[in-house]
Design a protein. Structure first.
Length: 454
């Protein structure tokens, strides 16, 4: 049994902290405390809950630089990315707070009386967050769940618990009830499993691999427990001949190198129409070479290290020896570094072309026409995101509607905005997060009929 987790700096391999792991018995205690705090929280006037969440957002903003530096240290994120992540937590809390007083039911016309619905909190929600974007993805679940009147138990990834713990301290400082938002560090097969199996946890929100998501789904099925899953991706970047090829090639590297490729939305399959394939590759070479890989605390750095040695070895295993392609540079010495890599001449059904690598590796594949592009785009079990590059608005809409993915961008690689729903098709997950309906996903609908006939 693991009693503590070692947090390493991925850029230096230095020990940052040791964090006690939460046992199954401690999870049970946390659930009981959360249930009590939730009743206090739900009884507050909506305006008061909203005010406390906004105060929480202000404190996150005040501590934004500290949170960002902590993310750089524990996750190896570039400083620019980490600052955005801290600001995103602030924005998510603000956005969720705005929904507290707008979480309304309906009046439904029926004969013989009046029918009304109420959106009531679930109770205690378990959020199991990943290591690739520890702060914002945790907040995707935490912010709307709290706003809807629930208590939240957050299990961060073993490698990245520090920012989560910091956020929990800020919640207390903001005045949220004690035990309403608790962070439970620990292993997935102990702490995470205890959250899934505990009858007092009404819903699980999980972001991570498809394999683990299936196991959690099975555990929730045993208890008919509500579930949101955001799982793996293998997103296409479709470049048509009529696109602005120079812009598309310049934008391609960071679509799969951001966060060292440790992004479910990474556009790791670059599909290029055959007539412009050679020209696109010519432009891609200097674009990949120009990406600055190095010390994530340096403001000029665009790509940092992978999260761990295990992840580094996994990424290496996907790249065939002697494969053709384009390679950038990466530091040598301590740290979990892998260079930007674009592979050419790869079979469309090769593992590196169909499975999620979760590292700075992409493949370039040619296609003939729209039908062929959609066929290649959908030739994977995943369906999370994708991009379409074209000047033809009709084509942009046709292809976006045809591709089986939850989040499509035209002439852009942006997939996530807190104002809009996010989630996947196929084995990329279940349910939607973010957007105007996020709070409703953490409620039960209660129907009440009042007879009015004498």
């Amino acid at each position: 049994m693991i009693h503590e987790h070692r947090v390493l700096n991925p850029a230096t391999e230095e020990l940052v902290a040791t964090v006690p792991a939460t046992s199954a018995a401690e999870v049970s205690t946390a659930v009981a405390r959360a249930a009590e705090a939730q009743r206090t929280w739900a009884a507050l006037a909506p305006a008061d809950r909203a005010r406390l969440l906004r105060r929480f957002a202000v404190l996150v903003d005040d501590h934004g630089e500290r949170l960002a530096r902590l993310e750089v240290t524990e996750a190896g994120h570039t400083l620019g990315n980490a600052r955005w992540e801290a600001a995103n937590v602030r924005d998510l809390l603000d956005y969720a707070a705005g929904g507290v007083e707008r979480l309304t039911g309906r009046q439904i016309p029926v004969p013989g009386g009046i029918d009304i619905t109420f959106l009531e909190p679930l109770g205690v929600v378990g959020v199991i967050a990943p290591w690739n974007f520890p702060m914002p993805i945790a907040a995707w679940g935490v912010a709307p769940a709290l706003a809807a009147g629930n208590a939240v138990l957050l299990k961060p990834a073993e490698t990245t618990p520090l920012t989560a713990q910091y956020l929990a301290r800020l919640a207390l400082e903001a005045g949220l009830p004690e035990h309403l938002f608790q962070v439970l560090p620990g292993a997935g097969d102990v702490t995470g499993r205890a959250l899934v199996e505990h009858p007092g946890v009404a819903k699980i929100v999980f972001t991570g691999s498809t394999r683990v998501g299936k196991e959690i789904m099975a555990g929730c099925a045993e208890r008919v427990k509500r579930l949101t899953l955001e799982l793996g991706g293998k997103s296409p970047n479709i470049v048509f001949a009529d696109a602005d090829i120079e812009t598309a090639a310049a934008a391609a590297p960071m679509s799969f190198l951001d966060n060292a490729g440790q992004d479910c939305c990474a556009r790791t399959r670059i599909l290029v129409q055959r007539s412009v394939y050679d020209r696109f590759l010519e432009l891609l070479v200097p674009a990949v070479a120009s990406v600055v890989v190095g010390d994530p605390s340096d403001e000029k750095t665009q790509m940092g290290p992978l999260i761990s040695l295990a992840q580094l070895e996994r990424v290496r295993g996907f790249v065939p020896d002697g494969a053709d392609g384009i390679r950038g540079s990466a530091p040598t010495g301590p740290g979990f570094w892998f260079p930007p890599t674009v592979l050419t001449g790869i079979a469309p059904d090769a593992p590196v072309a169909t499975e999620e690598v979760f590292g700075p590796v992409a493949v370039v594949l040619p296609f003939e026409d729209e039908e062929d592009a959609v066929r290649l785009a959908d030739a994977t079990e995943h369906g999370l995101a994708g991009s379409v590059w074209t000047r033809d608005v009709g084509r942009a809409l046709r292809v976006s509607r045809a591709v089986r993915a939850g989040n499509l961008s035209v002439n852009s690689h942006s997939a996530v905005r807190y104002w809009t729903p996010f989630g996947g098709y196929k084995q990329s997950g279940l349910g939607r997060e973010l957007g105007p309906d996020a709070l409703a996903a953490f409620t039960e609908t209660k129907n009440v009929f009042i007879g009015t006939e004498a």
